[in-house]
Design a protein around this ligand. Sequence first.
Ligand SMILES: O=C1O[C@H](COP(=O)(O)O)[C@@H](O)[C@H](O)[C@H]1O
Length: 463
Amino acid sequence: MTTEPATLIVLGASGDLASRLLLPGLGELLAAEPERQLQLIGAGVEEYDEPAWRDRVRTAFESAGASGEAVDRALESTVYRTTDVTTVDDLRELIALAEHAPALYFALPPAVTVRACEQLREVDLPEGTTLALEKPFGSDAASAADLNRLLLELVPEERIQRVDHFLARATVLNLLGLRFANRTIEPLLSSEHVESIEIVYDEDLALENRARYYDKAGALVDMIQSHLLQVLALLTMEAPGSLSAEEVRDQKAIVLRATRLWRGDPALSSRRGQYGAGRIGDRDLPAYADEPGVHPANATETLAEMTVEVANWRWTGVPILLRSGKAIGTTRKEILITFRPPPRVPDGFSGEVRQDRLRLTFKPDGMAWEINVNGPGDPFTIDPAEIAADFNPGALPAYGEVLSGILAGDPLLSVRGDSAEECWRIVEPVLDAWRRGDVPLETYPAGSAGPDGWSERPIPGVD
Ligand SMILES: O=C1O[C@H](COP(=O)(O)O)[C@@H](O)[C@H](O)[C@H]1O
């Protein structure tokens, strides 16, 4: 990645996202690249004087353990402007401060981001300006398309970064090397050999004071529409000719266009749950509905599951289950590929012949290929074995990697506009069915594995 001098303007710099993720990620990037020259401009509704702003940035950098020359330089030079991002004059003044074509990072609620972008139409943006937007990108396919159109009035597509930190995680990045730099794995990844795929991100974290955002989003939008469908795309796409943003994102868009609900039936292919009071480790958790800021009438799901199919020659008939939940006792964060049984095991073997599985895990990032071998003692008794490897961490943690791409103007690790719309198109029938009440909102105690009976039900499409 290029480390040309750059300007980063954080809109919403006084908010929670900036201090929790963005500024710590920036600190990690600066610590890893001591030669980097960065002009950091913060803008927000709060009034900070320079020392107070600098303290805020320093605290965020320290929370990431970031230190070094680039960190010190950024801290010395950073400025903050109290800004109403919905007024043209304030935006003009802000952009005039930029020493280089700026990256504008919208760490703002979606509605405010839209209003700020509308005002930016009146501002002469310097050639090379990048716009970085957090999720959720729109609230359905139509609003995502509107937002895409608005952004394209401001800058070209390759200068728009729809941020998805999952795309910068070691396990997700390793999908590319694992699939396309090996002869042995890729030929097995098709409906001929694969029985089912699960992409699961169950967390023991609960709401963590994010009711304002989460109570509107819910697990389906927060994790499946935003992140797990991107993982699905990288796992199921065809090999790109190169790792350029254009080629990789073309391939992802093609499989997302072919992705649809299993049997087209939201009632069969989706489930939703909400956690009740419970205990995880030594933490007593209130019911989601009793968390501060939650409106029980929203009936927000904290656990979402949906099964899809990539309806193309390679994958048709393979159910792909996507699932993510909060306050789950047994955290499970992985991609699990279950292979079909061997066509025939010769007579004479004893022991259990399990279906082979390829497990790619998040936190720790790595893989395990579960296979059968001849066991000890009686050599014809089958025994399970595992070929395991750790994935090397990237040079940077995910948010640092995302920011590196934004500052370099390389959109490889961000979501292209057409794919953002496709992801909404895929989940919309489920959201509609849930709104109609066609799928019950089940409950589960915080700290459990989910609602009763869920773990026993087979994946739709698997007998
Ligand atoms: O974007 C999000 O991701 C986190 C999970 O990712 P991690 O890297 O923090 O493990 C999730 O907890 C959060 O709800 C969601 O908004």
